[in-house]
Design a protein around this ligand. Structure first.
Ligand SMILES: NC(=O)c1ccc[n+]([C@@H]2O[C@H](COP(=O)([O-])OP(=O)(O)OC[C@H]3O[C@@H](n4cnc5c(N)ncnc54)[C@H](OP(=O)(O)O)[C@@H]3O)[C@@H](O)[C@H]2O)c1
Length: 330
């Protein structure tokens, strides 16, 4: 009997959520501003246009956090689900907790206490007007975190059916491993800032014998940990605010300008938009990184989705990497 073939998922997260798309729509730009102004109908219209454009382009996973526009990004999705109750079943939702702004109890801080996690999830579900999250993400490592306490909170949330899977953000390999040993199920996601502009995750692996590479060592092993454990890496800030796809500031460093020119060349060669090349560079990594794109513009969302059509050659990948870092590899 031939051995059963195990299909290789397009992205690791599909092991847990088979409907997860290679790209994620970041929702930080929804909900109006980071102010006390209440959510308006036009904010909900904007959320609807972005969501419909994403779904039509094959993007099924939507990234929130309880702090985005002070809760209004999540609220805009809640209002969207009121408009279209069947929509919730057509998409996957992740949201984050663990960052607190200054209040009577203290300054801006991180809080991965069991109480804060449990209470945050209830508030998130209330704003999103949904019964469950597909992925709950711990937004930032809290120096006061106690893994056993996080595990206890997670068990409570999971048992109540309020979230299906647990992930983290902005944690390096040792932090993930330390938390993982307290959990009885795998962490499924780590969301890090990764782009042509923010390359420390990569420099940690290539910067040996390079005096300028030493500061990246905190990230050493993070990519390897994720790949070894089948954990999904998600890249926030993946578009680098458009710096490599037509929106570089006039005083951008020469390396950014040179890399942006090369992005344009590659876009022509591959017959796609510049945004697609910027994202394809991240997706070419064998960790099968999922870019979280922060655009809310339907046209740019469609441009980003073209990234799934691009397979950069090794030569192209390294040439773009070298252009963005502004110097040859050691
Ligand atoms: N885990 C974390 O700690 C963390 C932190 C920050 C963000 N995030 C998540 O990651 C998502 C993306 O991050 P991000 O928003 O910081 O970064 P991003 O995706 O790199 O940048 C998005 C911004 O860049 C603009 N932009 C992109 N391409 C452009 C172009 N060619 N010309 C002009 N403007 C362009 C977009 O404007 P338009 O809308 O006009 O296209 C948008 O304002 C967020 O939505 C959020 O979900 C996570």
């Amino acid at each position: 009997m031939p051995a059963a073939t195990i299909p290789i998922p397009a992205v690791p997260l599909q092991r847990f959520l088979p409907q997860a798309s290679p790209l994620v729509l970041g929702c930080m730009g929804l909900g109006g501003g980071w102010d006390a102004r209440p959510l308006s109908e036009s904010d909900v219209d904007k959320a609807q246009a972005a969501t419909e454009a994403a779904l039509a382009a094959g993007i099924t996973l939507f990234d929130h956090a309880n702090i985005y526009t002070l809760g209004k990004a999540e609220e805009s999705f809640g209002r969207l689900f009121q408009r279209q109750p069947s929509l919730r079943q057509s998409l996957l939702l992740q949201s984050k907790c663990g960052i607190r702004f200054a209040d009577a109890q203290g300054p801006k801080r991180y809080d991965l206490s069991a109480q804060h996690i449990v209470e945050s999830v209830d508030a998130i579900l209330g704003r999103l007007e949904t019964d469950y999250l597909d992925v709950l993400i711990l937004h930032r490592p809290d120096p006061l975190m106690q893994p056993a306490e996080v595990a206890q909170a997670w068990q409570q949330i999971k048992a109540a059916g309020k979230a299906r899977f647990l992930g983290v953000s902005n944690m390096h390999a040792a932090q993930m491993g330390w938390l993982q040993q307290a959990l009885d199920e795998p962490l499924v996601v780590n969301q890090l800032e990764m782009s042509l502009l923010k390359r420390d995750w990569l420099e940690a692996a290539t910067g040996f014998n390079d005096p300028q590479g030493a500061s990246y060592l905190a990230w050493d092993g993070t990519l390897e940990y994720a790949q070894q454990h089948g954990l999904q890496l998600q890249a926030w800030g993946a578009l680098a605010r458009g710096w490599f796809s037509g929106a570089a500031p006039v005083d951008a460093p020469p390396a950014v300008r040179r890399a942006a020119e090369y992005v344009q060349q590659l876009a022509q060669v591959h017959g796609v938009a510049a945004e697609a090349v910027v994202l394809a560079w991240l997706m070419r990594h064998p960790a099968r990184i999922q870019p979280v794109v922060g655009t809310t513009d339907p046209q740019r969302i469609r441009a980003c989705a073209q990234a799934t059509q691009v397979a950069l050659s090794r030569g192209e990948w390294y040439q773009l990497y070298e252009a963005a870092r502004g110097r040859e590899l050691p």
